[in-house]
Structures are given as C-alpha cells and as structure tokens.
Design a protein around this ligand. Sequence first.
Ligand code: 13P
Length: 247
Amino acid sequence: MRTPIIAGNWKMHKNVGEALETARQLEESVQGSPVEVVICAPFTSLSALNALGLSKVRLGAQNMYFADQGAFTGEISAAMLLDVGCEYVILGHSERRAIFKEDDELINKKVIQALKMGLKPILCVGETLEERRAGQTEDVVISQTTKGLAGVGADELPKVVIAYEPVWAIGTGETCDAADANQVIGKIRETIAELYTPELAQKVRIQYGGSVKPSNITEIMEQSEIDGALVGGASLNAEDFVAIVKY
Ligand code: 13P
C-alpha cells in the first residue's frame, strides 16, 4: 500500500508571518491523519517554518538548482534546502516550464541532484490544452516522465513522487475528470513499469494536481491509481487545506 501524500504548493504567496500562521493551524488540525502532509513554501519562509519544529507537517521547496554551489545568482541549492528542514522539492512545475523555459534536460539534472543530496523530488508532468485537444496527452506525459527520470537508479525511484498536473486545469477552477486523471496516471505508472519493473512502479506515488478543492478531493482520492494531490490555491487557506487532507 502506498501512503497517500497531499502537498500544498503555496507558489509566490505568503510572507513569513502568514506562512507561520497557516502552518500552525495546519499542524494542529491534521495530527493523526494517515496522509503524509507537505507544505511547499516560498524560500523566504522555510527557515522560520523549520524553527516551528513541526512534527506532522513536512516541508518542501518549489524549485532548486542542480549545482552543489557556486556563481549562480538568484539560485538555491539542495544543501541549502536540507539546511532549512526540507524533505521535498517540487521540480518541473508547469509554471517553471512555461514562464522560466525549463526543459526536460534541466529538470532531469535537478531530479538527479535532489536525490543525490537526499531530497525527495515531486516531479511535475502534464499536457497543455493545445496538446490535449491534439490527442497528445499520453505522449506528453510519457515523454516528460521518461526524460525526467533518466539516470534515476531503481534504489532511488521510490523516493520520487510524480505529480500529474494538466496545465489547463491549474488555477482555472476546471478540474480534470477524476476518471480521466486516473487513466493518465495509470499510463504514467505503466511507463515507469516499462522503464524499471512493475513491482517498482507500484511503489511510486503519483498525485493529481489542478484545481483540487474540498468539494472534489473525495472523488479524486477514490481513484485506484491516484495516491494524493498537489494543491495550489486551496492550500493557502488552512481550513480548506485541512478539509482536503481529511477527505
Ligand atoms: P491550483 O490548485 O491552484 O489549480 O494549482 C495547482 C498547482 O499548480 C499545484 O502545483
């Protein structure tokens, strides 16, 4: 059995005070939940969140660079994230791919570095509306999954979480039909089975992301292939995020 994992991606929201307030409320309300709960906060809040000494809620970042250290102005290393208590890091989010022109090769270098340093990557894959309309959804997620995992050893694979986030469902209020998402996620698992083994593919947790809300989380979590959610907007509000975790 795979442990469900629900992660909040706060994106570029919340100052330190707001982050601490939300995290405190969350920590208190999700104690005892069987779900692994993660908040991926902006870099500026991570140190203060770590100092809270959260026991149930785990910390993640939203990006990192693949080098150990050096002259990379504006970038953050895996070691820096570990230093402020991060266990997870979101890599290859569609906003990084589209706005900051990150390609599969760069994302793969980050995945490899994260694992080498002991961080668990949440690797995001997903098609655009144009690609979906052209019937390319499966090709896109197979390609992004294969390229994103290139060079990842079988021993490291179970530490990777994949997030299937159809780009057209992000921040739009338009959720992918749960059965559709289940089918695409099944395809991602099949791809991993072909790249590694069917047994290993059963160990990888695959989340759905895109307009997840308290009102649709139950149906999403009922799907056989879906192991959790990556939540944007609804994770900013502690009450909503708690309702999602307690689906
Ligand atoms: P929304 O939940 O706001 O649609 O964002 C999804 C997302 O991008 C999570 O990474």
